[in-house]
Design a protein around this ligand. Structure first.
Ligand SMILES: [Zn+2]
Length: 399
């Protein structure tokens, strides 16, 4: 009987959930302090391990980490963040083209005040990016609006031989020291400062300042690369699948892998996302697919804010309002496995990503296991189940 029931597979990624011991928490981590009964249940009835999602020598970006978790070796397939998000926005790239992630940031022209332009709304950002495309766009340079502060700039027949800096790594620092360096630097620098001239006094930004919000008054291109080519997920794993995510990075990765991308209207990629909506979308997707990747950005954003209370709250929301709703919906499903794995650490003390191995929990509804390890960062040292190559973790889900 069991053989005729198809198994369903869930990969839940609370972005940046893992952390480091914090003085603010008396040496504990947000995962240790947060109330997360559902995750703890999966861990207690399943297995807890550690995974290294960032290969040595690569930047600990969500792009590299998410590629690993989806089962693709970043050392082999990674070309940059821009190209992944370009897939999500369905921007066609030729072989010679280079796609940049183009943040709308806040700057006074000398300092990187905020990598997110005050988490500018998608509607406001669309107007600003469209204006930039009119004013600065050429047959070779084009701007495409994405979600909130996350946009794409394509340089047709462009150079990728230029060093750029992720803006979330240089908050509060002088931009002069981090401007693009290399082939194309003059043009990129000109675009950055021209964008400031165009956007700084825009009515949207005047209003944002009046309301006490950071303006979205400058672009910051980074994460560039040429087109992404991934082998299809179905071909690699034998399973059909979907992606439930708010951010173009994860949607693009899924689309490039041939997974169907589910749009969730209330999913914002921020602390206020529709957690229940994502859970329901995942359950719906599993009705006619084997696998679903559910990605939630909120813990990472709290980490970047350096806000320990918000991070704890984000973890609790993931546990109760997303995982809890999914588990409820899976009651009648006989065979399922759930893998919960943060993609990387975003320690509140450093407010950016790091390459530390992260804990994961793997639960199967039909193969009882059981571990005495807690599902938090302590498991990284204590577990005997360590996955050195992050792209192999998904094999445990499907084995
Ligand atoms: Zn991430």
């Amino acid at each position: 009987m069991a053989e005729s029931t198809p198994t369903k597979y869930i990969l839940l990624v609370p972005d940046g959930m893992a952390d480091r011991p914090s003085a603010q928490l008396d040496g504990k981590t947000p995962m240790q302090v947060a109330r997360k009964p559902n995750m703890d249940h999966l861990a207690a009835e399943g297995r807890v391990g550690a995974v290294k999602t960032i290969p040595d020598g690569m930047d600990p970006g969500s792009d590299v980490a998410a590629m690993s978790l989806l089962g693709y070796d970043p050392r082999k397939y990674y070309t940059g963040r821009g190209p992944i998000e370009a897939v999500s926005l369905e921007i066609p790239l030729n072989k010679e083209d280079v796609a940049f992630r183009c943040n709308l940031v806040s700057s006074d022209g000398t300092v990187m005040v905020d990598y997110s332009g005050g988490h500018v709304s998608t509607d406001e950002a669309r107007e600003l990016i469209t204006l930039l495309d009119e004013k600065l766009g050429t047959p070779r340079i084009q701007f495409y609006p994405g979600v909130s502060y996350r946009h794409i700039m394509v340089w047709r027949d462009g150079s990728e031989d230029v060093k750029t800096e992720p803006p979330h790594n240089i908050i509060g620092k002088p931009i002069e020291e981090y401007l693009p360096i290399g082939d194309g630097e003059d043009m990129l620098r000109t675009l950055i400062f021209d964008s400031l001239e165009i956007l700084d006094d825009h009515p949207i930004n005047r209003r944002r300042r009046d309301e006490g919000q950071n303006p979205a008054n400058m672009i910051w291109p980074w994460g560039q690369g040429r087109a992404l080519n991934l082998p299809k997920f179905l071909f690699k794993t034998g399973h059909t699948g979907s992606v439930v995510a708010a951010v173009d990075l994860v949607k693009g990765m899924g689309r490039a892998a041939g997974l169907s991308v589910v749009e969730v209207p209330g999913a914002t990629g921020y602390l206020d996302t529709d957690f229940e909506g994502k859970a329901r979308a995942a359950l719906e997707a599993l009705k006619n697919r084997d696998f679903v990747l559910v990605h939630i950005e909120a813990p990472d954003e709290a980490g970047h804010l350096g806000d320990v209370e918000k991070k704890i709250e984000a973890i609790e929301n993931v546990d109760k309002r997303c995982l809890g709703v999914m588990l409820e919906g899976l009651r009648d499903v006989e065979r399922f496995r759930i893998l919960v794995a943060p993609d990387h650490v975003t320690p509140i003390e450093i407010r950016t990503h790091a390459s530390d191995p992260v804990p994961f929990a793997l639960y199967s509804s039909f193969e009882p296991a059981g571990t005495s390890l807690p599902f938090d960062e302590r498991a990284v040292e204590e577990t005997k189940l360590t996955v050195e190559e992050g792209h192999r973790l998904i094999d445990l889900l499907f084995e």
